[in-house]
Design a protein around this ligand. Structure first.
Ligand code: ADP
Length: 392
């Protein structure tokens, strides 16, 4: 009998999972994803050698099944597929840890209640993250569960980097810039020395460009500044989210267009970004295949905003030694990387287009002042490592 830990990364419409041996092995023995939750869920499980596994009762999932029920079914499915192993702990991605959760934490009832209070700050993610925790607790109440927060990585930032220019009492009660995608940045920071040697501890910006998108400026592989703020709505243009927006637009929508808070939330989180501007899709790959002017404009705006946000972050770290692209768009779209880098030539970014087209790890020319890399992220391995550390 060997002990294993399960990692759950529950997003708004998908749940990624991975089962790791308890000893320090970075390779999962089972991993997979349930995508399309709420519409037409599709389960794709694989073993450690990337061979597809039998889906069993999860082969025909109903669109009406919620996250909690899917996690319960997944736990039962895993019991049948884990073979001669014992599940000893579950590690979760939790998007918002607020001010108090500055490191991974074992979850008890009090912690769960505190994290529930943060749900309005991450309405797209936090409720689903917590639903997964509740489903595991209902399945086996005494199984240790660890929450790993997307906000924790950014708690090394200075007070200035975290403040809004709002009245002091609001900052004191926690209306500050928290930052997100911290598990992804943590992973990239951990493997940067493999690619950059001593320059890894220099001035580095990591661009996590997925459906959700943000950037993090690091020095000594610690977060100095980031583009997301109080919520995951700030900063870059995203698949469906608008990114940074003049707060006056929100007031105008409510006061002069009669929109309710719920309608504005829906507009800014679900109807904006690439989808809103292109009127076609939130999916970058689809927009790249499209020849409409709206798709072109959405792509151009995405890259324009990415370059201008990046330049703001450069000032926080006093220059730029390396730029790292990661996540779905960052890892796969040579076109987007090229468009962003063209706007950064004045900073000393000199892209090697053939290396970029080949999706090489290093995509800058040898003479480029800034090293440009493509590094796949792995949030699950960060969660597994933290879970091992906490459950011993
Ligand atoms: P999430 O934030 O949901 O984890 P991902 O990191 O999986 O998102 O990124 C999803 C995005 O990556 C989508 O916009 C998708 O179109 C884009 N993407 C994935 N592969 C490609 C590709 N080959 N070319 C362009 N975009 C891609």
């Amino acid at each position: 009998m060997s002990d294993v830990i399960l990692v759950l990364n529950a997003g708004s419409s998908s749940i990624k999972f991975a089962v790791y041996p308890i000893d320090a092995d970075a390779t999962p023995v089972i991993r997979g994803k349930i995508a399309g939750i709420g519409r037409a869920p599709v389960f794709s499980p694989f073993d450690g050698k990337d061979v597809a596994l039998d889906k069993g009762e999860l082969s025909n999932l109903d669109g009406a099944v919620n996250h909690e029920a899917i996690v319960a079914m997944l736990l039962t499915w895993l019991q049948h597929h884990e073979g001669d192993t014992t599940l000893v702990a579950v590690g979760h991605r939790v998007v918002h840890g607020g001010r108090n959760f500055t490191a991974p934490a074992l979850i008890d009832d009090a912690a769960l209640r505190e994290l529930e209070q943060l749900a309005p700050l991450a309405p797209l993610h936090q409720p689903h993250n917590l639903a997964a925790i509740r489903a595991v607790a209902a399945w086996q109440a005494n199984l240790p569960q660890v929450a790993c927060f997307d906000t924790s990585f950014h708690r090394t930032q200075s007070r200035l980097a975290q403040l809004f220019a709002l009245p002091r009492d609001l900052s004191d009660e926690g209306i500050i810039r928290y930052g997100f995608h911290g598990l992804s940045y943590d992973y990239i920071a951990s493997i940067l020395p493999q690619h950059l040697g001593e320059r890894a501890d220099g001035r580095v910006i990591v661009a996590h460009l997925g459906n959700g998108a943000s950037m993090c400026a690091m020095k000594n592989r610690k977060s100095v500044a980031t583009s997301m703020g109080f919520t995951a709505l700030d900063g870059l243009m995203m698949g469906r989210r608008c990114g940074a927006l003049d707060a006056g637009v929100v007031l105008y929508l409510m006061q002069h267009k009669g929109m309710s808070a719920a309608e504005v939330e829906h507009l800014l989180y679900r109807k904006s970004g690439l989808l809103g501007v292109s009127e076609i899709s939130n999916n970058m790959h689809v927009l790249e295949e499209s020849d409409t002017p709206q798709a072109r404009e959405a792509i151009d705006l995405f890259c324009y905003r990415a370059a201008s946000v990046l330049c703001g972050l450069v000032s926080a770290i006093g220059g730029l030694d390396a730029l790292v692209f990661t996540a779905g768009i960052g890892e796969n779209s040579d076109h987007i990387r090229s468009l962003i880098c063209q706007r950064l030539a004045w900073l000393g970014v000199d892209l090697d287009e053939s290396a970029n087209c080949a999706n090489a790890t290093r995509i800058s020319r040898a003479a480029s002042q800034v090293d440009v890399l493509v590094v796949p992220t792995d949030e699950e391995v960060v969660i597994a490592t933290a879970t091992r550390a906490l459950v011993g």
